[in-house]
Write a protein that binds this ligand. Structure first.
Ligand code: SF4
Length: 284
């Protein structure tokens, strides 16, 4: 128990915290598979970008796998999806694939393929190194260009036809900026806005809350791209925004007496971690 500091904080938790539907679905699929198997199952990389949850899943027989061994077994494809080449390699090594790709990500993969087949130069707006983006790109034979900002577009040459899609968790204004810039440079532009509606709502609620509070806490894995984006978005509105994974990372000096503290969380952050944060805030 922390020594009470008498800060009397006013705590506001954003509506809709907890796993998004894609993460809930992936966990449900993996738990069902682990329950059926006597030896447990693997996930293709950490099932979600939250170390605390991945540890709990490991305890119930869901083990993240970085490389394929010789033993085979069942392997769950996480909500980010995977490339056809990786899936083939898993199959060749004797693994049975259980696909938990989020339907929003699947839609982005299909739209990229449709654009590619119709002769458009595919542009993915998102993070080059993110597994979801790598997966989408691989669905068009790694021929898509990935851009992270409208500025990057200024240095690129495009053909006549450009097809644009979004990583599912990027901010809407980042996507709009790139679309606007490409529209100045290509003759024909076809846009699929594949930003997931849940992410858009989460970002919207977080920015409204950031405007109402003295301090904002963004709860989630440091390896979670959507949590890091929430942090940047909120910090641009509320300079006293802090990213925490667990409640023991919070410091009393962040909060003034009687401060209003907002709490938001990434799509891969479970409700129980947010509840821990709130309980600890009440102790300050
Ligand atoms: S954030 Fe959206 S796209 Fe990503 S897993 Fe969740 S529901 Fe699916």
């Amino acid at each position: 128990m922390r020594k009470k500091q008498g800060k009397n904080l006013k705590i506001i938790v954003s509506e809709g915290v907890g796993f998004c539907s894609g993460v809930k679905r992936a966990i449900k699929i993996a738990l069902a598979a682990a329950g059926r198997s006597s030896s447990g199952v693997y996930s293709l990389g950490p099932l979600i970008h939250n170390p605390q949850v991945v540890e709990r899943l490991r305890e119930v027989g869901i083990t993240p796998l970085d490389r394929f061994g010789k033993g085979g077994g069942e392997i769950v494809v996480r909500s980010h999806g995977a490339s056809p080449a990786v899936l083939k390699r898993a199959g060749d090594k004797g693994y049975k694939i259980i696909d938990a790709t989020c339907p929003f990500v699947r839609k982005a993969q299909r739209n990229a393929q449709r654009l590619h087949r119709r002769g458009y130069r595919v542009v993915i707006v998102g993070e080059k190194t993110h597994p979801e983006v790598k997966g989408i790109r691989s669905h068009v034979g790694n021929k898509a260009v990935v851009v992270e900002s409208a500025d990057q577009v200024k240095h690129l040459k495009f053909g006549l036809k450009v097809g644009i899609i979004a990583q599912t968790t990027i901010p809407g204004d980042m996507f709009a900026g790139v679309v606007g810039e490409i529209s100045k440079r290509a003759r024909e532009v076809l846009v699929f806005n594949t930003i997931c509606s849940e992410t858009a709502r989460r970002q919207e609620r977080a920015s409204v809350l950031a405007g109402r509070v003295d301090v904002l806490l963004v709860v989630g894995g440091r390896n979670s791209a959507n949590t890091s984006r929430l942090k940047s978005l909120c910090r641009s509105i509320c300079p006293k925004t802090y990213h925490v994974e667990t409640s023991d990372e919070m410091e009393g000096r962040w909060f003034g007496k009687g401060s209003t503290v907002g709490v938001v969380a990434g799509a891969s952050t479970p409700k129980w971690l947010v509840e821990n944060i709130v309980d600890t805030l009440k102790e300050f």
